[in-house]
Design a binder for this molecule. Sequence first.
Ligand code: AP5
Ligand code: MG
Length: 210
Amino acid sequence: MRLILLGAPGAGKGTQAEILSEKLNIPTISTGNILRAAIKNGTEIGLKAKEYIDSGKLVPDDVIIGIIKERLAKEDCDNGYILDGVPRTIAQAKAMEDMGIKLDKVVLINCKDDTIIDRMSGRRVCSTCGRPYHIKSNPPKKEGKCDCGGDLSTRSDDKKEIVEQRLRNYHLETEPLVEFYKDRGLLVTAENKHTIPETTVEIERVLGIK
Ligand code: AP5
Ligand code: MG
């Protein structure tokens, strides 16, 4: 199955992608995680991306398209994948169509901006695998440690004013993708207003896999 998880920053894409990836046995491809790893490793892409991420702006399309081309060519994508946070502009979506990518579904995860701002203040992410947690609603088994053993920390772009900037960009640059994929008959919508497991059930229901 080839899926896109579409939604605002903090809507729950990463959380649900991890759960679905285990259930469906297909990899999650998160451009956010790939970019943060590139920053950590000091690569050329990382150096380019850092100022955009830290100021809550989108990284230029050509950088993202290059990353996706390279990542989807890997063998573990042969049986499907979950794209978390990509595409994020119409140009990225069109470039993926030009690459011949055939999608099964695009899941829009809906969450109110107020709920997002509230949840982001309690988010912690693994610096090794990128998995997101929440200090209250989704805590790790051991405080400060990911279940993979990596250290948990707050993301540099999770400061309230940067989150608000990211939400503004989402409404302006990414939300037009809702119509884009509706027009192609690929869009399904799941609400993320209750617990994490309840949202997973809702996503499975709209995907018709439960
Ligand atoms: P990226 O890392 O993708 O960030 P994002 O889209 O802003 O989304 P987040 O990761 O912040 O949120 P999420 O939807 O994954 O929510 P989560 O599951 O963690 O991108 C970062 C940056 O990289 C971008 O700003 C941009 O600069 C750049 N970038 C990346 N891709 C790009 C692209 N394609 N084009 C251009 N630039 C790109 O959940 C949030 C919190 O809520 C967590 O703490 C979680 O535990 C909690 N939570 C989730 N669901 C629930 C629930 N039901 N109840 C209670 N708590 C919940
Ligand atoms: Mg995420």
